[in-house]
Design a binder for this molecule. Structure first.
Ligand SMILES: *[C@@H]1O[C@H](CO)[C@@H](O)[C@H](O)[C@H]1NC(C)=O
Ligand SMILES: *[C@@H]1O[C@H](CO)[C@@H](O)[C@H](O)[C@H]1NC(C)=O
Ligand SMILES: *[C@@H]1O[C@H](CO)[C@@H](O)[C@H](O)[C@H]1NC(C)=O
Ligand SMILES: *[C@@H]1O[C@H](CO)[C@@H](O)[C@H](O)[C@H]1NC(C)=O
Length: 574
């Protein structure tokens, strides 16, 4: 084919490259019957024998769109009542046919336990399981007046045939279950009990140590409506908050935020600004540029924020990348921890206070809700004295640059958000001052060349947060921190389809990203490094993959003073 003919064909190819990456289904190409997985560190409890296991729910999610979540009553098993040393959750799922990836949430009494997404099925069927440590929810798990609910909005018709069959089991471990756990020798500190140092470590550490002693109360900040307990955020002005009366003897408060992004913001890190869309008369709704921030407010005051990890679901960019190893976080989405103890001085008056959140720059739609974990002073039922010492919340620093001519050009964003909040609470443990600090930086660029047919997206987030607790003598009695770095690069090149079929096109894509997370708590520190590189191509008609080939390489490693764990996989064409 002459260059001229190639160019000519290229220019008339009827595709809309600016809107990719997008979501696709793949059942025309993939026919393996197999198990899917997300690489993760084993849970500490995986090495122990549970005292009892209890199936919590079993349900088939067929055409569940616009229906209320599945709900069933919960009570802890009578043969192993609390206290427990660990509780873990195991979700098993299977599906067969043609189907998109779907987002799902699992709640107990309206408090979220797991945010997960489904793998896209094949003609011969696929199955998988997800395990998560849920010890931090012990105060809810020990109640028998709550319902478990699960939302998984699915569409089943004559095109989309995949029904998701799900079973959730809780595994309870009693105090003595870990008695024979081996002691580990360490050069500097001698023998240490391994468990004490492990907390609830798994693939997302966050500020895990904050929940080492599970909270006395967990108050959901979630929707009571019929569409699941998450709030659906459709725009920047959708700020949801809930009035909560905080027990007057609360000495510690931590907000745990669950978030996922969908629709026009599923790939928010690759969205061009609205000026590009308008100038080119594009019809896509995927605009607002490549920057988003999820923020928390207490009585209208900023109390922390996060640039969320860019989780990719199994239909994203190229679904052939995610079989059978799914993207980082796809089965177990990260949650984000905000220590709100510094705000207790303003909320222990027995009145109702507002806790809420929103998404800066967000467009339809984000699913967000939170759990407020509260610890109360068991030695005093009186109102605790508390006050604020620091409230530093400088404005978001953000620089945006755009430079484009019709469909080609580049867009850059650099943002930084620092904040620090400190407050003291006088309880039976003394007068303790907690300082919560955060700092994140985001750097992002989106480039279009070849008339928009070649798109290169790069993003790098560096996020740090720290909690330091000091006694009246000014001595640090607790210190926790987590540093996360997550680089991402996505290349999408749109080309005419083979044999120049008018209704198909080729997408050649590369995705590479990583999560590096360093957690430290007192003298203990641990490091997770998780990287994934995928490349391949696919031939697409509408949103269906007709043919293609893909290779994904992943390396997961975990290391602390006592142990290391690593796993590498390479998956080619399923
Ligand atoms: C649990 O679900 C049942 C049936 O759906 C409902 O009648 C009941 O009110 C729910 N209980 C709670 C505590 O939400
Ligand atoms: C967009 O539409 C306007 C009005 O119809 C037209 O003047 C302009 O040339 C169009 N721009 C492009 C890039 O097609
Ligand atoms: C507790 O400590 C803080 C910080 O040192 C101090 O400002 C506050 O007055 C103390 N509160 C009480 C009741 O002693
Ligand atoms: C994807 O990466 C491979 C290997 O690094 C490279 O050869 C290829 O050109 C890349 N594809 C695109 C579309 O840039």
């Amino acid at each position: 084919m002459s260059i001229f003919l190639f160019l000519l064909l290229f220019l008339i190819v009827p595709v809309s490259p600016f809107s990719s990456p997008d979501r696709y289904t793949k059942s025309h190409v993939s026919s393996h019957h197999q198990e899917y997985l997300e690489l993760a560190h084993p849970l500490p409890s995986d090495f122990l024998i549970p005292s009892c296991t209890h199936q919590i729910l079993r349900h088939s999610f067929a055409n569940t769109i616009n229906s209320p979540p599945f709900s069933t009553s919960y009570s802890p098993p009578s043969e192993c009542l609390p206290p427990w040393s660990y509780v873990s959750l195991e979700l098993r799922a299977e599906c067969k046919g043609e189907q998109y990836d779907r987002i799902a949430g699992l709640w107990l009494g309206g408090a979220e336990l797991l945010r997960t997404s489904t793998a896209e099925p094949t003609k011969c069927g696929i199955f998988w399981k997800v395990r998560k440590d849920i010890t931090r929810y012990s105060s809810l798990l020990s109640r028998s007046d709550l319902n478990v609910t699960m939302m998984l909005e699915n569409i089943v018709n004559n095109v989309y045939t995949g029904v998701y069959h799900v079973a959730v089991t809780f595994l309870y471990y009693k105090e003595n279950a870990d008695e024979d756990q081996s002691l580990v020798y360490h050069q500097n500190s001698g023998f240490l009990r391994e468990k004490q140092q492990m907390g609830g470590v798994c693939s997302w550490q966050g500020l895990a140590g904050l929940y080492e002693t599970p909270a006395d109360f967990i108050i959901p900040i979630s929707d009571r409506g019929n569409r699941g307990s998450w709030f659906r955020i459709e725009s920047e002005s959708d700020v949801y908050s809930q009035g909560i009366r905080i027990p007057r003897n609360t000495y510690r408060a931590v907000l745990e935020l669950y978030v996922s992004f969908h629709g026009n913001d599923e790939f928010w890190y690759s969205n061009p600004p609205n000026s590009y869309i308008e100038t080119n008369n594009l019809t896509t709704g995927r605009g607002n540029g490549p920057y988003r921030e999820v923020f928390v407010i207490v009585d209208g005051k900023f109390a922390g924020s996060e640039a969320p990890f860019p989780v990719m679901f199994t239909g994203g960019v190229n679904p052939l990348f995610w079989e059978p190893v799914v993207g980082i976080g796809a089965f177990n989405l990260p949650s984000y921890d905000f220590d709100l103890t510094p705000f207790l001085g303003e909320v222990l008056d027995g009145k109702v206070h507002n806790f809420g959140f929103g998404v800066s720059g967000g467009i339809s739609y984000w699913l967000v809700n939170a759990n407020l974990h509260l610890w109360v002073d068991h030695k005093s039922s009186k109102r605790l004295e508390a006050g604020s010492v620091v409230y530093k919340s400088p404005r978001l620093k953000i620089k945006r640059r755009e430079d484009f001519k019709l469909l080609d050009g580049s867009f850059k964003v650099q943002a930084e958000r620092k904040a620090q909040f400190g407050g003291w609470v006088k309880s039976s443990a003394g007068n303790l001052t907690t300082v919560f600090s955060q700092d994140y930086r985001l750097k992002s660029s989106v480039n279009f060349v070849r008339n928009g047919a070649y798109k290169l997206v790069k993003q790098k987030v560096k996020a740090w947060r720290e909690v330091v607790v000091r006694n009246d003598g000014g001595i640090a009695v607790n210190r926790l921190s987590v540093r996360r770095i997550y680089p991402l690069s996505v290349i999408t090149s749109t080309q005419p389809g083979p044999q120049r079929k008018k209704d198909t096109y080729l997408l050649v894509t590369n995705v590479s990203r990583a999560l590096s997370e360093r957690y430290s708590h007192g003298g203990f520190s641990s490091l997770v490094y998780n990287s994934q590189d995928s490349r391949g191509w696919m031939e697409v008609r509408d949103h269906s993959v007709l043919s293609g080939s893909a290779l994904t390489r992943q390396r997961f490693s975990y290391r602390d003073l006592f142990k290391c764990y690593s796993r590498s996989v390479e998956a080619a064409d399923g």
